[in-house]
Unconditional design. Structure first.
Length: 279
C-alpha cells in the first residue's frame, strides 16, 4: 500500500507543521500507490525520463519547474518582507528592498515555458511533484538553531565554523564562506534569510545592515551583490555568510527523504539530494 502524490507533498509540509501548500510547490502529475521515488534538487525532463526508464513510482524535485509553482512563485517572496520586519526593518523599507526581485521573478515566470518539464512527465504518465518552501523552512530552522547557540562574544568566523559542522555542509564540496566581512568581526545580531523563495540580493542585506542587523545568512548570493555590499559595508563590521546552495537545499530534502522512508517509500537520491545523509 503505497502513498499518493498528495500524501507525499503533505509529508513534506508536516516537517514544518504547515497545512497549506506554498505557491512554489505543486503536483505536476498525480499518482497513487507510490512505493519508490527518485529524489533530487533539480529533476527536469532528462531526470523525469530517467525515473520513468528505471521504474520509479515518483520523480520528486526540490526546485519548481513549471505550472503554478513557477507562475505563482512571486507570492512566496512575501516571506522576505516578514523576515526583515521580524528584525526591525520598517515594512515600507522591506517592501522596497524586495520590489525589484519580485518584478524579476514575475517577469521570469511569465516568459518561461511553464509547460516544458511538466508536459514531458504527462506524456510519460510519470508521477512528478516538487516541494520547495517547506524543506527550505526546515533548513532555515536548523540554521536559526546554530545562530541561537552562539555565545554573546562570538565572531563571524565562529559562526562559519559552527555552520560547517552541519552534516550536509560538512560533507559538501562547497565551503561556508564570508562573502562580506572578516572572521574577527563580532557576530552580533544574525538574520537567517532563507526559505523565502531565493536570496534577497544586495538590497535586502542592505536593509538589514541599515537597521541594526550585523550578520546576514544567505545560502547563495551573486557576484554583483557581493561587490556592492563590500564597497558599502566592509568597513562597518557587517557580515554576509553564504552556506552553499545545494548543500543547504539538501538539509531540508534529506529530511523529506527520511520522512518518506519512515512511511515505507524507498528513495534514491540524485542531483545534490543525499549530501551528508547517513542511510
Ligand atoms: Fe531550497
Ligand atoms: Fe535552491
Amino acid at each position: 500500500m503505497g502513498l499518493t502524490t498528495e500524501e507525499i507533498l503533505q509529508i513534506s509540509l508536516d516537517l514544518v507543521g504547515w497545512d497549506e501548500t506554498p505557491a512554489d510547490s505543486t503536483v505536476y502529475v498525480p499518482g497513487e500507490d507510490i512505493e519508490t521515488a527518485l529524489v533530487g534538487i533539480d529533476l527536469e525532463s532528462p531526470e523525469i525520463k530517467l525515473a520513468h526508464d528505471e521504474g520509479y513510482d515518483l520523480a520528486l524535485a526540490h526546485h519548481p519547474t513549471g505550472m503554478s509553482a513557477r507562475l505563482d512563485f512571486p507570492a512566496v517572496l512575501d516571506k522576505q518582507v516578514e523576515f526583515m520586519t521580524d528584525h526591525g526593518v520598517p515594512e515600507d523599507v522591506a517592501e522596497d528592498a524586495v520590489a525589484d526581485l519580485k518584478s524579476r521573478m514575475d517577469h521570469g515566470g511569465h516568459s518561461s515555458n511553464y509547460r516544458h518539464d511538466p508536459s514531458v512527465a504527462e506524456l510519460l504518465d510519470q508521477p512528478y511533484l516538487n516541494t520547495h518552501l517547506a524543506p527550505d523552512e526546515y533548513g532555515r530552522r536548523v540554521f536559526r538553531d546554530v545562530a541561537d547557540e552562539m555565545g554573546a562574544d562570538a565572531t563571524a568566523g565562529d559562526f562559519v565554523d559552527a555552520l560547517a559542522e552541519i552534516p550536509e555542509l560538512d560533507a559538501a564540496e562547497t565551503d561556508v564562506l564570508l562573502r562580506v566581512g572578516d572572521p574577527d568581526n563580532d557576530l552580533g545580531e544574525v538574520a537567517v534569510h532563507h526559505a523565502a523563495g531565493t536570496n534577497g540580493g544586495a538590497s535586502v542585506a542592505r536593509a538589514y545592515f541599515d537597521h541594526g542587523v550585523d550578520t546576514v545568512l544567505y545560502i547563495h548570493v551573486g557576484a554583483g551583490d557581493t561587490a556592492d555590499l563590500r564597497a558599502e559595508f566592509a568597513n562597518e563590521d557587517k557580515n554576509l555568510v553564504v552556506t552553499g546552495h545545494i548543500a543547504s537545499d539538501a538539509i531540508g530534502m534529506n529530511a523529506v527523504v527520511d520522512a518518506l522512508e519512515d512511511h515505507g517509500v524507498e528513495c534514491t537520491t540524485i542531483s545534490g539530494c543525499g549530501i551528508g545523509r547517513d542511510d
